[in-house]
Design a protein around this ligand. Structure first.
Ligand code: 5AD
Ligand code: SF4
Length: 444
């Protein structure tokens, strides 16, 4: 039986996809192995969202040449968004890549890999990159590759058709489609029965989850209600919410279930209305702030996190200041902060100049990072003295005597282990903090 090593880059969706890939391969004639050194095939599941994500993958692919020189049977395949974006071009540019497979074609992987082995396609490239309007891999029970046995990701929908001007995802992951809720609830229940205590429901835009017809549709709030009702000991998280359709109904459902975690990831991208319009985000700063207020109203203890892009096309100093101002208003608990990276094929690539000099982008990004650092530290200082229920996840990397876990707000808390064990819920009081971590002690 041939051995396959899967390496994953990029977002949580990709990690969830790698678990589906592992399931497809192990149902066929392949075994998953733990290290690149022993593999007959290395599959690299890639991200194309920013140019530096792609550069990292290319670097890794080139690095694998040395291993291939030692192991002649070793074949490298590139999967996911970068495979979809570049298709056979990638094999022409990186000649040690034997095949490419896009995110909707994973069922074809065993066939592709056999074709590679037979060497039938010396001339024609081996690839499967068709996008699908229906594929959700709903019937496949993922093999949890990188899990801790406590928290897991469940993919509930695929694709995106929001077409934000800067974003390549609609082109690499295809149209939006939702997965049958029965299969989602079943997967979550099975995980709970196996001892998992947290599931994160994943989609590019979970708020537009929709299954069924007319009077009988299951929307995202209904789905959350069903998953949260499995057991109060199963925590439920979700990502990502598009601000344009974060509904009060969802917030009501969250408020009704204590086990739905008090944490909402609400990517803002910019604090300037002019930029938001140019980015095709379909909301204004005022709308966004209204949604933040609604969150604070229904869920006063909810943390809010975001994504932001510095230096998008034509961004002025004034637009940038508006982003900083928005950060001061919302006081995010965490932010993923990026410099704008022009992506081939997007609306911005066709119609908008990438006209902000690199140093300016960098400086603006650094200003956002510095401000967010201060805000996160101030937010964390307010936590000192508070007590939380923590789902214990594992041993802290600082010391074997300490464990770490997260509270409902998704903040990491490190504490002396005492008699606590991973997978259990414990009460922890916050004693101190850094920008990124709370330090606490068990209270019982
Ligand atoms: N350049 C920089 N950041 C981007 N993102 C998406 N596309 C780009 C791009 N071209 C960021 C957005 C998105 C996150 C996943 O990645 O902030 O929310
Ligand atoms: Fe990209 Fe916008 Fe879709 Fe997010 S919502 S994946 S940023 S197009």
């Amino acid at each position: 039986m041939e051995k396959v090593y899967i390496e994953t880059y990029g977002c949580q969706m990709n990690f969830a996809d790698s678990d589906v890939i592992a399931a497809i391969l192990t149902k066929d004639d392949y075994a998953i192995c733990e290290g690149a050194e022993e593999a007959d095939f290395i599959l690299i599941n890639t991200c194309a969202i920013r140019d530096n994500a792609e550069q990292r993958v290319r670097h890794r692919v080139r690095e694998l040449r040395a291993l291939q020189n030692r192991r002649h049977q070793l074949r490298v395949g590139v999967l996911g968004c970068m495979a979809e974006r570049l298709q056979s071009r990638l094999m022409a540019e990186e000649d040690n890549v034997s095949f490419v497979c896009g995110p909707d074609a994973y069922r074809k992987l065993p066939e592709l890999m056999k074709e590679v082995r037979r060497g039938v396609s010396q001339s024609a490239p081996v690839s499967a990159v068709e996008l699908s309007e229906t594929e959700t891999y709903a019937d496949i029970e993922p093999v949890r590759l990188s899990g801790n046995g406590i928290s897991a990701f469940i993919s509930i929908m695929r694709g995106c058709q929001n077409y934000c001007a800067y974003c390549v995802v609609p082109y690499t992951r295809g149209r939006e489609r939702s997965r049958d809720p029965e299969t989602i609830v079943r997967e979550a229940r099975t995980l709970f029965e196996q001892g998992y205590r947290e599931v994160t429901l994943l989609g590019q835009n979970v708020n537009s989850y929709s299954w069924g017809e007319q009077d009988n549709t299951v929307g995202f709030p209904d789905l959350m209600d069903r998953v949260a009702s499995i057991d109060p000991r199963l925590r439920v998280r979700f990502a990502t919410s598009h601000p344009k359709d974060l509904s009060d109904r969802l917030l009501e459902v969250m408020a009704a279930h204590e086990n739905i975690c008090r944490c909402i990831h609400l990517p803002v991208q910019s604090g300037s209305n002019r930029m938001l319009k140019l980015m095709n985000r379909k909301y204004t700063v005022e709308w966004y702030l209204d949604r933040v207020e609604a969150i604070r109203h229904y869920l006063p203890d909810c943390s809010i996190t975001t994504d932001v892009i510095a230096g998008f096309s034509t961004e002025t100093e004034e637009d940038h200041q508006a982003t900083l101002e928005l950060f001061r208003k919302v006081r995010y608990d965490y932010a993923y902060m990026f410099m704008y990276s022009l992506r081939e094929g997007t609306y911005a690539w066709k119609h908008l100049a990438d006209d902000i000099p690199e140093e300016v982008k960098k400086r603006r990004l650094n200003e956002i990072i510095a401000l967010q650092g201060e805000i996160a530290l101030e937010n964390n200082r307010r936590e000192v003295g508070r007590e939380y229920e923590v789902l214990v996840e594992g041993v802290s990397h600082r010391s074997k005597e300490q464990l770490f876990g997260r509270n409902s707000q998704n903040k990491v808390i490190v504490f002396d282990k005492g008699d606590a064990v991973p997978g259990s819920y414990r009460r922890v009081r916050v004693k101190d903090c850094t920008q990124a971590t709370l330090l606490g002690e068990l209270t019982q």
